[in-house]
Design a protein around this ligand. Structure first.
Ligand code: NIG
Ligand code: FE
Length: 410
């Protein structure tokens, strides 16, 4: 048995029993912190925590690793509920094009963007894709990510979408953190189907989904609902076909325009609606009373110079907010959630506590991991973050660009 005792913790963050699986509105300000604490893990399960002054000492030192966390904080690991971690190539040439004045949408219309990534991914072997993605997952873990959702969507053909999903399945088996797989065949129309949307949607529904079902390749289904991509109606048809084989929707909506995708996704009981750089009064109304998590991706706004999602407006309407990285080669080449935390504070005026709730409890909800992740509670198996020595928890989002996560225990 592997046993770990972390002692002299400056602050044990997001700890307690019977904590909610979602914090919304004003509740997002709540963040329990136990000062001068200890935490004990056995085979990755949280078995005890409390004040150092209540610590009973150690009876059995066999196989025990003792970590002195003097001056350091201990947190439940971040959950990243929206990423595109499997990809074949970086796209810094488009970054330079944007500096020179083109927009993300203009680059996409010229055949760049998602289609650029799809051309490169078609040529790469499954093994090479896997090796590259594994290295990325390890890097994300070093940044404190302790659960990861990964989407397909750079395949856009039966063969390449299935190749991506098989890579994600191998990552699930290989990595020590929870990974969830999302099928995003509806990420863009491939060039040969540009004028034949029906044909591509039929390919998704009649050819991709049956293999996904047969091989158990996905947990969720996603669609990029946006002008020049998939309409609300097209999204609905694809999501319904996914639901029919047991995949819950988790969707890209409102990145550039609010076209009614939120209402349709909520109607279809989506687990989360992601992006929300644009949001309408109608969207807010339908989100109220739903079980759908609003997930905002501030690194994407930062990198594409588009508006930041209005987290304050969602919280003022008593809604919950989750934060995720959107790690991908086009709109978000960083998967560092400490930076997301900082952007949420600086650009979206979330307090450090609100943003941390959005990265832990609410993000765990957005990937159906509330029972095991998101809080430091007895019996949970969440990976744990130990920070470097820092003066306060707010120092992490304050000190943007620094790597203050010392270790992830998973
Ligand atoms: O979430 N917007 C759609 N998909 C990704 C970007 C994909 C890409 O540019 O490669 C996103 O931002
Ligand atoms: Fe995305």
């Amino acid at each position: 048995m592997s046993k770990i005792l972390i002692k002299n913790i400056k602050g044990l963050v997001q700890y307690g029993e019977n904590l909610p699986s979602v914090r919304k509105g004003k509740e997002m300000k709540e963040l329990p912190i136990l000062e001068n604490a200890f935490l004990a893990l056995e085979d990755g399960v949280i078995v005890a925590y409390g004040l150092m002054s209540d610590w009973g000492g150690i009876d059995d030192w066999r196989d025990l690793e003792v970590i002195d966390a003097d001056g350091k904080y201990v947190l439940p690991a971040f959950c990243d509920s929206h990423t595109h971690t499997v990809f074949a190539n970086s796209r810094e040439e488009e970054f330079v094009d944007r500096i020179n004045g083109l927009t993300y949408e203009e680059i996409a219309i010229k055949g760049g963007g998602i289609l650029n990534s799809a051309r490169r991914l078609a040529e790469m072997s499954e093994d090479e894709l896997f090796d590259q993605a594994l290295e990325r997952v390890e890097r994300l873990m070093s940044y404190g990510t302790g659960a990861l959702e990964i989407k397909s969507g750079y395949g856009l053909s039966v063969e390449a979408e299935i190749k991506m999903l098989r890579v994600i399945k191998r990552l699930k088996a290989e990595c020590s953190i929870e990974i969830k797989a999302t099928f995003l065949g509806a990420h863009a129309f491939p060039p040969e189907y540009k004028e034949n949307h029906r044909g591509y949607i039929d390919l998704i529904i009649n050819q991709m989904l049956p293999i996904i079902k047969e091989e158990g390749l996905a947990d969720y289904i996603d669609t990029f609902c946006e002008r020049n991509y998939f309409s609300v109606q097209e999204m609905a048809e694809i999501l319904e076909a996914g639901i029919a084989i047991g995949l819950k929707p988790k969707v890209h909506v409102n990145q550039f325009s609010a076209m009614g995708g939120v209402a349709k996704a909520v109607e279809l009981n989506a687990l989360s609606v992601d992006h929300l750089e644009e949001i309408s009064d109608d969207d807010i109304e339908v989100l109220k009373g739903s079980n759908t998590m609003s997930t905002i991706l501030p690194s994407c706004s930062h990198f594409l110079s588009i508006p930041f999602g209005d987290a304050r407006r969602l919280m003022e309407n008593d809604l919950p907010v989750a934060l995720a990285s959107d790690f991908n080669p086009g709109s978000t080449p960083s998967g560092n959630l400490s930076f997301v935390w900082s952007l949420a504070c600086v650009k979206m005026k979330m307090t450090p506590e609100e943003a941390l709730n959005a990265l832990t409890i609410n993000a765990a909800y957005a990937m159906e991991l509330s029972d095991s992740h998101g809080t430091i509670s007895l019996g949970k198996t969440t990976p744990i973050i130990i920070t470097k020595q820092i003066p306060s928890l707010a120092y992490i989002p304050y000190s943007f660009g620094d790597q203050l996560i010392e270790r992830l225990i998973s």
